[in-house]
Design a protein around this ligand. Structure first.
Ligand code: MIG
Length: 841
């Protein structure tokens, strides 16, 4: 039925031996990387392609290059596809694209002796004829991006490549998940080959996820390029020369999409039009998560209880591989009562997430193996036998997720998990990781698909996790009709944000990793994936108390916030990594920051709503909002949490103060002290262990609420509008059930709040633009005006609001206000149906 056909290398023999004896993975020192890079041989790029003739098509222009055909397709005024193929060759249908039919806008095509010119309403695309080369210009004729003509584009030994001109001050962002301490990827050599990189470090080249998309930013203007090639690919971002950058792949076709900004936000909006926008998340998934590889059933229950006892908010417990029966997927452990633990967790009102691996144990009594074998669903060796490799369950076969019927079947298998009460699914090992395979994965000639869709592993590798994520996402459609899915994955390709959130794999409990998480998440965010997080505290090894305290401060503001850590078997120090394991001080710090997250949940949820609408990241690098301020281009230790808040966490050991850059063009207020600063300067902020410096952008409204033990503990009855204003601030607030798709039938509310300050008077008004959410329990707002003077009068229309004696009194009754002269905060309690302007004098 199957046979093993590869020789185990030393590494895997070791790994296999360890697995057999103690059921632990390779040693912590092992960072698995793929075989060496394939170089692009520039010597071979001698005969440049030239244009013989051109033909205008309905959706673009086709160029005859003799041996090759180039096509420029116009998707939108600011979005074009460039493809260059050997004659007679076809492109594979893209798995990255969500939107395939764009309805080409009108464009002009002008043929001149030296060049061919395509004009849309936003772009001028020039194609040079003597040597084929593409130049993108804005409609004023400013060059945005052009081929570097010494090498141009084409194929070198079947390797598709493109060289692009650059200038010294051009910055590069995106590329999905990248190690390293810099945000700006200029000067880096980047590789895309999904790799199980246990305990990686800042210099590790290949991580789990491959998103071959990047942005260039020069002269304050941004564009984006998606190199839609699933083979192993390489990006030399001006590492070799300051004059050019280039990208290429081991094989496949030369296909890329060019999109113009000029704002980074425009590029992301377009990129996520093309590859898909993440849906609005389930509100519970934005709460805090706790996980450990190796929790016993008792530990799961006790940890969940301890969160409650200690009043540290928590929404979700994760079930790692131990819940399975001998690591057989879609089964439950028969010896240890994980099902019982699950029931208790659910009875506590918490949510539960189960891990799931692609590898299926070869075992005739394993129903998943039997079914998949009967239906012929496994990845195959070139001789047609099933490929078998070793993972947690021992010898295993691997679903061929490239086939739609396999994805359907896999989705169906999830009833074992959902029926037991599991709410979310966590996809691990989907590089795919194979302990005894060459370079920790399958041999490159393993086959997927059939007939015209047949692909070698070398071509399919980077898509494996993407397709598994789609199958998992579809499981929710099947069994949790009208519930928003939560899928967490370790591997992605461009577009996987449609199906899943990302965690950045097996990081390490050290300061370098905490530092690295900030630029890493920022670049993931600039690659269309807003829902990202890193194991808080670090996965491999264990953090010190100080490191954990600093990590939880960053962690509380992660889009996906989960404390997760490695099995005791692999750690020198076998201590827990929950917030209370480091003494009272760190426990209190953890509670303070997790509570802050829960206070900010309405704001966080709305940041995700924006991401679903325009692809905006939730954890943003400063350059996302401040691309006119060059000082932000490589700030890697600060980030915006949504549109209004800027975190400047301490990420170095022993530090109790740090420099903070405040971007130009805005004023900034210290969240903790209320002190105001002008933007465009670097300040020093004290930061004892309790303090993560946090700043609010002036003229903003941040919606907040009371702390809850878990996201659905209490209905939202009062929304706090935390406002910092000296001119005008507005905020569009969306409320819906946070759980279903009913919003698609209009069941949501949308309210625009405006607070204006002028001539000694402050005006608040709300405009209810959508009123479709009938289950809203929202009864009032607390307009919280920071840095306010004592008011003489507060009125809703002509009705006077009464001054309350205390904040508690004010909370009792809408139509009242309270001024705290010590903190200079004015609180106004406004009924939700206040339809008059509220005027404060
Ligand atoms: O080979 O399921 O990255 O989060 O705890 C290790 C056990 C398998 C790797 C994941 C990690 C998870 C662990 N897994």
């Amino acid at each position: 039925m199957f046979k093993k056909r590869f020789v185990r290398n030393t590494f895997s023999v070791m790994a296999a031996a360890t697995v057999a004896l103690t059921a632990v993975a390779p040693s912590a020192a092992a960072v698995t990387q793929p075989e060496p890079d394939t170089e692009l041989n520039k010597e071979n790029i001698k005969q440049p392609l030239s244009v013989k003739s051109a033909k205008k098509l309905k959706d673009g222009v086709r160029f005859d290059l003799g041996t090759h055909t180039a096509t420029i397709s116009i998707f939108a005024g600011d979005l074009a596809k460039v493809s260059l193929l050997q004659k007679g060759e076809k492109e594979r249908p893209s798995r990255a694209l969500a939107k395939k039919d764009w309805g080409t806008p009108s464009f002009k095509a002008i043929d001149t002796p030296l060049k061919y010119i395509i004009k849309t309403d936003e772009l001028i695309i020039e194609v040079k004829k003597d040597t084929f080369g593409v130049k993108f210009m804005d409609k004023a004729g400013n060059v945005i991006n052009e081929d570097y003509m010494k090498y141009g584009s084409g194929y070198e030994n079947d390797k598709p490549f493109v060289f692009k001109k650059t200038q010294k001050d051009e910055a590069f962002y995106g590329f999905g998940e990248q190690a390293g301490l810099n945000l700006n990827q200029r000067g880096h050599e980047i590789g895309m080959w999904n790799t199980d990189a246990y305990a990686y470090n800042k210099d590790t080249k290949y991580l789990y996820t491959s998103i071959p998309f990047f942005m260039g930013l020069k002269n304050d203007k941004a564009y984006g390029i998606l190199f839609d090639n699933t083979n192993r690919s390489y990006f030399n971002m001006a590492q070799e020369s300051d004059d050019y950058y280039y990208f290429y792949a081991n094989d496949g076709s030369l296909t890329y999409y060019f999109m113009n900004g000029p704002e980074i936000s425009d590029v992301l909006d377009r990129y996520t039009d093309l590859t898909g926008k993440a849906e609005k998340p389930a509100a519970w998934s934005l709460g805090f998560h706790q996980s450990k590889w190796g929790y016993t059933p008792e530990e799961i229950v006790n940890v969940a209880k301890t969160y409650k006892e200690k009043n540290i908010p928590l929404d979700t417990m994760h079930f790692d591989i131990d819940y399975m029966d001998g690591y057989r997927v879609f089964t439950w452990n028969k010896e240890q009562d994980y099902l019982g633990a699950l029931k208790q967790v659910k009875d506590m009102g918490l949510n539960a997430i189960a891990i799931n691996d692609p590898a299926v144990k070869v075992d005739e009594n394993n129903i998943t193996y039997k079914e998949g074998t009967e239906k012929d669903y496994w990845a195959k060796n070139p001789d047609g036998t099933n490929f078998v490799g070793e993972v947690w369950p021992g010898d295993s076969v691997f679903p061929d997720f490239s086939k739609p019927e396999v994805r359907d079947w896999w989705a169906k298998k999830h009833n074992t998990l959902f029926d037991a009460g599991i709410d979310g699914i966590w996809n691990d090992m989907n590089e795919p990781a194979v302990f005894d395979g060459p370079y920790h994965t399958m041999p490159l000639d393993v086959e997927f698909g059939e007939g015209a869709n047949k692909m070698k592993h070398t071509e399919y590798h980077n898509l494996y996790g993407h397709d598994e994520a789609e199958a998992t996402y579809n499981a929710f459609k099947l069994y949790k009709d009208n519930q928003r899915p939560f899928v967490l994955t370790r591997d992605m390709y461009a577009g996987t944000q449609r199906y899943a959130a990302l965690w950045t794999g097996d990081n390490v409990s050290n300061w370098e990793h905490l530092q690295m998480s900030i630029p890493m998440n920022a670049n993931v965010g600039l690659s269309g994936v807003a829902f990202v997080g890193n194991d808080i505290g670090g996965f491999a090894q264990r953090p010190t108390a100080e490191l954990f305290a600093r990590w939880i401060q960053v962690g509380a503001l992660l889009p996906f916030a989960r404390d997760h850590y490695d099995s005791d078997a692999k750690s020198e120090v076998k201590v827990g990594q929950e917030p209370w394991q480091y003494g009272q001080q760190v426990e209190d710090i953890s509670r303070k920051y997790i509570e802050l997250r829960y206070q900010l949940l309405p704001y966080l949820y709305n940041a995700f709503v924006k991401a679903s609408e325009n692809g905006a990241p939730v954890q943003q690098p400063l350059v996302y909002q401040f691309q006119d301020d060059e000082n932000t281009y490589d700030i890697s230790d600060q980030f915006m949490f949504g549109d209004n808040l800027m975190a400047a966490p301490v990420v170095e050991e022993g530090q109790t103060s740090r420099q903070v850059y405040l971007p130009k063009g805005e004023n900034w207020v210290d969240y903790w002290t209320g002190k105001e600063y002008k933007g465009g300067q670097t300040i020093t902020r004290q930061a004892d262990l309790e303090t993560m410096p946090l700043f609010v952008k002036k003229n903003t409204i941040t919606p907040m609420r009371e702390v809850q033990q878990q996201t659905d503990e209490k209905p939202l009855t009062n929304l706090v509008l935390d406002t910092y204003v000296d001119r005008e601030a507005t905020y569009t607030f969306t409320e819906d059930d946070g759980a279903t798709y009913d919003y698609k039938d209009g069941e949501f509310n949308e309210t625009i709040f405006t607070v204006k300050k002028k001539l000694g008077k402050i005006e608040f008004k709300q405009e209810k633009t959508v009123e479709g959410y009938e289950d809203s329990k929202l009864a009032s707002y607390t307009l919280k005006l920071n840095g306010a003077a004592a008011p003489r009068s507060v009125k809703g229309g002509s009705m006077k609001y009464a001054a309350a004696k205390s904040l508690a009194d004010m909370n009792e009754e809408a139509g009242t206000y309270f001024y705290d002269k010590n903190t200079k905060k004015l609180y106004v309690h406004i009924p939700v149906d206040e339809d008059q302007k509220v005027t404060i004098k």
